[in-house]
Design a protein around this ligand. Structure first.
Ligand SMILES: CC(C)(COP(=O)(O)OP(=O)(O)OC[C@H]1O[C@@H](n2cnc3c(N)ncnc32)[C@H](O)[C@@H]1OP(=O)(O)O)[C@@H](O)C(=O)NCCC(=O)NCCS
Length: 195
């Protein structure tokens, strides 16, 4: 059995952005994010989703968010009330209190610290209110910006999984990162605050 908690609704504010539950009004901005060529090249879809694809997926995302216990946190990264990114926390294994984070920021906002802030807020959610023990993240070997984000929030590189993903007909290795609730926080008080 697990004593993980289901958190809803999520609203977490950082100095630059807020993580909150996505809303129907975000779908156009989400579409713009996921179809930008610089983002689509990094994501796992065969082709970027159309706006209709996103509208069709929305009811399933809503159902996932209502599941008990909650395992899927799909959160808008919001600046000035507009979605500029997406952050995800998935509870992969409630028994072993293990989850995985993911994040995407619109290229118009790269280099402003939003990726790092979103990843830090996801860890705060995972270790704080949800109660995870271990959080993992997977990135590509040719993606130093993403390694940098993960290292800045205190995650450690644990190794490479060879041919871990088949994406658009090509095998990709994955660089595996993780952090434990008992690891020292990247900045004192920044990750393990229990809110
Ligand atoms: C990865 C991503 C989230 C980074 O977002 P961001 O808001 O630009 O991130 P930040 O501004 O917080 O920090 C990025 C860090 O990477 C560094 N960086 C950026 N490009 C880099 C590069 N080519 N080589 C090395 N470091 C790089 C920046 O200098 C910064 O580190 P610093 O603060 O020490 O200078 C963003 O590029 C993205 O959404 N990419 C597409 C989707 C994706 O790949 N998601 C991750 C899947 S694992």
């Amino acid at each position: 059995m697990t004593d993980l908690r289901s958190v809803r609704p999520v609203r977490l504010a950082g100095p630059r952005c807020t993580l909150r539950e996505w809303a129907d009004g975000d779908l156009a901005a989400l579409h713009a994010l996921l179809t930008d060529a610089r983002v689509a090249e990094r994501t796992l879809d065969e082709t970027p989703p159309s706006l209709d694809d996103l509208r069709a997926a929305a009811p399933a995302w809503r159902r996932e968010a209502e599941e008990e216990p909650r395992r899927h946190y799909r959160l808008a990264v919001v600046v000035a009330d507009r979605l500029v990114g997406l952050g995800t926390l998935v509870v992969d294994n409630p028994v072993h209190r293990r989850g995985e984070i993911g994040y995407v920021i619109h290229p118009d906002h790269w280099g402003q610290g939003l990726g790092t802030e979103a990843a830090g807020l996801l860890l705060r959610l995972g270790f704080g209110r949800v109660g995870l023990h271990r959080v993992e993240a997977t990135t590509r070997p040719d993606h130093p910006a993403s390694w940098r984000v993960l290292e800045k929030v205190g995650m450690r590189r644990e190794g490479i999984s060879r041919d871990h993903l088949l994406v658009r007909g090509r095998w990709w290795d994955s660089v595996r990162y993780a952090i434990l609730a008992t690891d020292p926080p990247a900045r004192p008080g920044s990750l393990h605050a229990g809110d």
